[in-house]
Design a protein around this ligand. Structure first.
Ligand code: GLP
Length: 243
């Protein structure tokens, strides 16, 4: 879907989330929603919050699972992705923090924490809809270029570009950005029933074009979406201008 503005993208992503989650909730049982952090989905999250406030959107019964987490930030650190998603979305949606899951980046053994998270997700799943952003280098979750297309949840090292991109969340100080992360693998992400990737702005245009129209390659982790039968790509004019 190619739309004029980022706000339009937010509405369409919110529609996709609600359109997958509400029917699943109506069928009963816990419903797993896959959430991404980063700036790309924020307008969609604001739109979900607006619908919650003004239209009574009720996502009670959802279990939310994050894509990724920094390694080494203490639990409760404001930039840890569990904290970010609580602050930006789930608290105001009225979801109990206990239903918001993420890899344990503060664990003494991050390798084990990654395996545990994969098991927890597989046991809870399937993810009915997974919200995704894309990094300027084509990364999805924190699967940097070179990630195996079949990878499962594991510890990864961030590229310098991603650390520089994310320094803005750490007061502009790239040294404050953790070097390691736990991320769902590309194979893990492909297990979701519906993938919704949102990208806005000129800075994402090359990554979007490579992911959608380029070859299937570990050099562009986003290209793995070409393997999935149900993907909704939501881009504004700027991010779509190389398609
Ligand atoms: C971050 C996150 C990804 C996100 C991407 C793009 O580092 N780990 O999940 O999709 O990079 O970030 P943004 O949306 O802020 O451009």
């Amino acid at each position: 879907v190619l739309l004029p503005t980022p706000e339009d993208c937010g509405r369409v992503v919110a529609d996709a989330v609600v359109g997958s989650v509400l029917p699943a909730l109506a069928r009963g049982g816990p419903v797993v929603l896959g959430l991404a952090t980063g700036s790309s989905p924020l307008l969609a999250y604001r739109e979900l919050l607006r619908r919650h406030r003004e239209e009574g959107l009720d996502l009670t019964g959802v279990q939310a699972f994050l894509l990724d987490e920094y390694v080494g930030l203490p639990a409760g650190h404001p930039e840890s992705y569990r904290e970010v998603i609580r602050r930006e979305l789930t608290d105001a949606l009225g979801l109990d923090p206990a239903v918001v899951h993420g890899p344990d980046g503060a664990a003494a053994d991050p390798l084990q924490a990654a395996r545990d998270y994969e098991q927890q997700l597989l046991a809870a799943g399937p993810v009915v809809v997974q919200v995704l952003g894309i990094g300027s280098n084509g990364h999805v979750g924190f699967n940097e270029p070179g990630s195996s297309l079949a990878s499962r949840t594991r510890v990864k090292t961030l590229t310098e570009q991603t650390r520089a991109d994310n320094a803005r969340f750490f007061g502009g100080d790239v040294e404050a950005v953790p070097r390691h992360v736990i991320t769902q693998g590309l194979g893990t992400i492909l297990g979701a029933e519906h993938l919704v990737l949102v990208a806005t702005g000129e800075g994402k245009a090359a990554a979007v074009a490579a992911a959608v129209e380029g070859p299937l390659t570990a050099s562009c982790p986003g290209s793995v979406l070409q393997l999935h039968p149900h993907v909704t790509l939501v881009v504004d004019e700027a991010a779509g201008n190389r398609l």
